[in-house]
Design a binder for this molecule. Sequence first.
Ligand SMILES: [Cu+2]
Length: 482
Amino acid sequence: MLSRRRMLGGAGAITAAAAAATVSKVAMVALPEPVLQTRPDTMPPLVPNTGRPYNPVVTLNGWTLPWRMNQGVKEFHLVAEPVVREMAPGFKAHLWGYNGQSPGPTIEVVEGDRVRLFVTNRLGELTSIHWHGQRLPNGMDGVTGLNQPGIPPGKTYVYEFVARRPGTFMYHPHADEMVQMAMGMMGFWVTHPALGKGGKHPLIDEVDRDFCFLLNAYDIEPGSATPKIMTMLDFNLWSWNSRIFPGIDPLVVRKMDKVRIRVGNLTMTNHPIHLHGHEFLITGTDGGPTPRSARQYEVTADIAVGQMRQLDFVADEEGDWAFHCHKSHHTMNAMGHDVPTMIGVDHRGVARQITQLIPDYMVMGERGMKDMTEMEMPLPDNTAAMMAGQGPFGAVGMGGMFSVLKVRKDQARGDYRDPGWYRHPPGTVAYEFTGALPDPARFKAEASPGLGSMPSMAKPAREVEVRVRKPVPGGSGGHAGH
Ligand SMILES: [Cu+2]
């Protein structure tokens, strides 16, 4: 029986086919009808109504694939196909994915489950699926040419194995991977622990909220919709589950909830994922649960290419806490790569002359790049703003791999709806100092050689000063005049 799901906040729609109460004999030999999802909303957890119970995950801007029980085997049907993914409101990318989405749906099973996965290829070239991190028979590992022939266009292959160890896994093609992964083909897999008599696993604690997402990256020229597949490093869209801020949903939790966040990296660089306001323990990796004696508190988890990390913490601090990749270029959206540093350069007069020749000429960042968040700059159609998102105090100035952990004491159990902005108690927000500003005490060692703790051995041959125009405090400036 396929599960029908309640919609989150009334949005989203799942087209579940064949939601029959019982599976007929005919259906037992037939392919399960594929379940499709075309909306990018975060779907509520898919509570299992067949098979063994477990505490389901929430896939950020994603969903879990319903299954069919067939004589004790969990059957899933994945369809590899071109999809249109809304990466942020107003920006749609033409990607490849599974069952209507990139990434594909999350697959959730229980340790010890026998799993049968039907994979239909609706692409124009061979594909396969590798079940990243799983123990399985060699012929089920999905490497085209090595473990199996590639799945030809229009054909369906069957993978079958027992989910032998609990943990956080991924799936992706092992056929023309450079193209197929650059186009968005990947998905998450969670194997929940089989609980013994006591109902507890020695190393995997029960949590109240269990989030998961994949790190992925695209190179889509402003104004176009299809990723450039030859890019290796200079991606311009750094995404979580093929969504970019402000298109990434917040992680909404109730104060004192035990929270787990599972992250997998299928980009071509590492991502130091940083959480504000809390410390977490890395409780699991690609290899399984981490022994308790080897866990340490962190606020940033560096997740290397091909790795998974499982972060556990108690959400005991109320507020709206930033949660993001700490590489600052990964919290920005599409832009050209060859932008010179213009900080301190006054090009107001020049810009006016250049715009007569090149109407689209754009002056960037003479006071820093934050101006970009507020400037009225015409963007090509179907282009995400480079840095966007409005917070309660103005522009957030972020893009890409950025979201917000929202901790609220009045959030109901199991409610994932966005509670709006945090209302700070009076006197708990940074404020402007309005008293007199004394001159800063400067280090005097250079003036009296030999007296400082680290006196310089030799002076530069000639003193050189680079002259810059300093920003005028409170000056209007900006780009309105261009
Ligand atoms: Cu990053």
